[in-house]
Write a protein that binds this ligand. Structure first.
Ligand SMILES: CCCCCCCCCCCCCCCC(=O)SCCNC(=O)CCNC(=O)[C@H](O)C(C)(C)COP(=O)(O)OP(=O)(O)OC[C@H]1O[C@@H](n2cnc3c(N)ncnc32)[C@H](O)[C@@H]1OP(=O)(O)O
Length: 219
């Protein structure tokens, strides 16, 4: 997708870029169930010490399932429309396979962010699939979650944009298997430049802080 990043006052409609849009309520319960089970499967595969016969049988089964699902694939860039209760021009769009928050991505935690009077807030608990150092969240993944939270703050509060610069300060280790609170907000808007910031907290203590510059895309 080529994104034209000229100044604009109106929220862009992905359909104008030839991108299909799926409403969240249109995602079948069966697909949500499959995504959840494969999410658990990824964790099981990453950690299994099962015998080789069990592993070989699992590989054959998964290969067959993969072929069955690949008979019909979504277009790259398919978007999901969130906040369905909001008018079209105020709704948030995101790619349906987004690695941090995608509704249909079994590798995503997923992180769901909600509006608060201060900005956005979400909670997520990560397992060893997201592990870097022993028992801790991978630093790249911390950056990815902050990027998502900061980008969403711009997208929801101002206008969608692309990350031009992201800085992360790792203040304390971010633990696995612990509810993480993620917050973000818009600090300043300067034309097409949106300055955003956010934090990740565990047990109320900041583990990572992020600041970013988002450049607004044209609608
Ligand atoms: C289609 C439907 C849409 C729906 C959509 C929904 C999206 C829903 C989002 C959800 C949340 C996602 C969260 C994940 C967000 C990512 O992961 S985005 C992916 C990672 N980022 C990228 O791939 C961006 C790659 N970089 C680029 O494409 C281009 O450099 C940029 C950022 C678009 C800017 O290029 P440009 O549009 O040509 O802008 P340019 O004229 O160079 O600069 C404009 C201004 O910004 C300044 N600037 C630009 N870059 C920088 C920088 N790095 N440092 C400082 N200043 C800078 C310039 O100096 C200029 O300032 P002024 O002269 O106006 O004072």
């Amino acid at each position: 997708m080529t994104v034209n990043t000229q100044p604009t006052a109106e929220r862009p409609d992905p359909r104008a870029y030839g991108l299909p849009v799926v409403r969240q309520s249109e995602i079948p319960a069966e697909l949500r169930s499959l995504v959840s089970r494969v999410h658990d499967l990824i964790d099981a595969v990453a950690n299994t010490e099962a015998d080789t016969e069990t592993l070989a049988e699992a590989a054959r089964t998964v290969e067959g399932l993969t072929a069955g699902l690949n008979v019909a694939r979504r277009q790259i860039g398919t978007m999901v429309k969130r906040d369905e209760d909001l008018p079209e021009e105020a709704a948030e769009f995101g790619t349906i396979t987004n690695i941090v928050a995608g509704d249909t991505n079994p590798a995503a935690p997923p992180l769901t962010l909600h509006r608060t009077p201060e900005g956005l807030r979400g909670e997520v608990t990560l397992n060893t699939v997201y592990q870097g150092p022993p028992g801790l969240v991978h630093g790249g993944w911390i950056a990815a979650m902050l990027d998502q939270a900061l980008g969403s703050a711009s997208s929801i509060e101002v206008h969608p944009g692309l990350t031009a610069r992201l800085e992360v300060n790792y203040r304390n280790p971010t633990p696995l298997f612990t509810p993480l609170e993620i917050t973000s907000r818009v600090d300043r808007v300067d034309g097409r430049k949106v300055h955003v910031s956010g934090e990740i907290r565990a047990h109320g203590k900041v583990t990572a802080e992020g600041t970013a510059l988002m450049i607004l895309i044209k609608g």
